[in-house]
Design a protein around this ligand. Sequence first.
Ligand SMILES: *[C@@H]1O[C@H](CO)[C@@H](O)[C@H](O)[C@H]1NC(C)=O
Ligand SMILES: *[C@@H]1O[C@H](CO)[C@@H](O)[C@H](O)[C@H]1NC(C)=O
Ligand SMILES: *[C@@H]1O[C@H](CO)[C@@H](O)[C@H](O)[C@H]1NC(C)=O
Ligand SMILES: *[C@@H]1O[C@H](CO)[C@@H](O)[C@H](O)[C@H]1NC(C)=O
Ligand SMILES: *[C@@H]1O[C@H](CO)[C@@H](O)[C@H](O)[C@H]1NC(C)=O
Ligand SMILES: *[C@@H]1O[C@H](CO)[C@@H](O)[C@H](O)[C@H]1NC(C)=O
Ligand SMILES: *[C@@H]1O[C@H](CO)[C@@H](O)[C@H](O)[C@H]1NC(C)=O
Length: 258
Amino acid sequence: MESLISLLFMISGSVALQQDVQAKLGADVTLQCQITTDERISVLKWSRADLNTDGYVYFYRNKRSYENYQHPSFHGRVKLRDPEMKDGDVSLILNNVTFNDTGMYECHVAVRNPVRSKRVHTEISHFINLTVTDQTNITAESGQNISLPCRAPTNNKQILAVQWSRADLKREYVLLYRDEVFVPDNQHPAFENRVDLQDRQMKDGDVSLILKNVTINDTGTYECHVFRRGTNHRIRTISLSVVSPCESLKGRFCGQRL
Ligand SMILES: *[C@@H]1O[C@H](CO)[C@@H](O)[C@H](O)[C@H]1NC(C)=O
Ligand SMILES: *[C@@H]1O[C@H](CO)[C@@H](O)[C@H](O)[C@H]1NC(C)=O
Ligand SMILES: *[C@@H]1O[C@H](CO)[C@@H](O)[C@H](O)[C@H]1NC(C)=O
Ligand SMILES: *[C@@H]1O[C@H](CO)[C@@H](O)[C@H](O)[C@H]1NC(C)=O
Ligand SMILES: *[C@@H]1O[C@H](CO)[C@@H](O)[C@H](O)[C@H]1NC(C)=O
Ligand SMILES: *[C@@H]1O[C@H](CO)[C@@H](O)[C@H](O)[C@H]1NC(C)=O
Ligand SMILES: *[C@@H]1O[C@H](CO)[C@@H](O)[C@H](O)[C@H]1NC(C)=O
């Protein structure tokens, strides 16, 4: 009994952990999960806790993995960091991440002690909140209407709200769209009547921002956030730089009013 308690205690050291991980679009990312026990791992399930889709990210039981239990979007893109799971390392490497990979991952391990009673069976869960981002630079001329592209890693029905913010504006935002309306409170006055969503239906997760009649003061780093049930993910960072039309002509006609 004492050994069971100490086992549980040891395991509880790694339980209920949530780790935030950021990855760049296209990168390979390691989803870390390690259990502090040397009991035999009988089942390892990596899943997306925030999606109720069929299929796992990775499924292992009785010393082998099962690709047919895996969601097709993960086929050929995942592998264990250590195929032998030495020292309880059940971390997973996910290759070539896309925005769709943004979400909550659960590492679920069942361990069993083959020597002692079969009842010594423990389940452990560990969560990883993965955000896939992309930084883009855009240059525009003052007076132009521009679009800052952003695509949510989800379809429109799951989107509760969209917020565009700018790093230097602190609490005031550029645009907040919630329950199909634009929320005016706390919008920075410079953006009043100048911003819109490219597609208010947010079809295919398109939450791109339209910014009209840009001025030099619009230069800055914009962030696109998408709120889904229980989560807020920054999914895109765009550095906008607004120049006068004269500058974009690299000096030609500068100073002349055309
Ligand atoms: C990564 O994924 C993208 C599409 O999601 C694909 O176009 C690209 O070829 C992939 N790159 C590699 C190295 O597999
Ligand atoms: C992301 O998911 C959407 C909708 O499920 C799909 O149309 C799109 O092709 C996916 N993109 C990638 C890069 O996997
Ligand atoms: C965008 O600009 C920043 C600095 O202004 C630079 O560090 C970064 O590499 C640029 N990114 C791309 C994709 O050009
Ligand atoms: C910007 O959009 C407004 C309408 O929203 C339009 O009246 C104006 O002509 C556009 N400006 C440019 C430079 O395209
Ligand atoms: C665009 O902005 C400039 C300066 O901020 C202003 O003078 C001009 O009237 C604006 N144009 C439109 C179409 O709103
Ligand atoms: C930019 O901001 C400054 C200071 O707030 C203001 O004086 C100036 O008129 C603004 N310029 C434009 C083009 O809006
Ligand atoms: C996931 O991470 C993002 C950014 O790293 C954060 O804004 C968000 O609140 C996190 N979600 C949860 C459920 O902790």
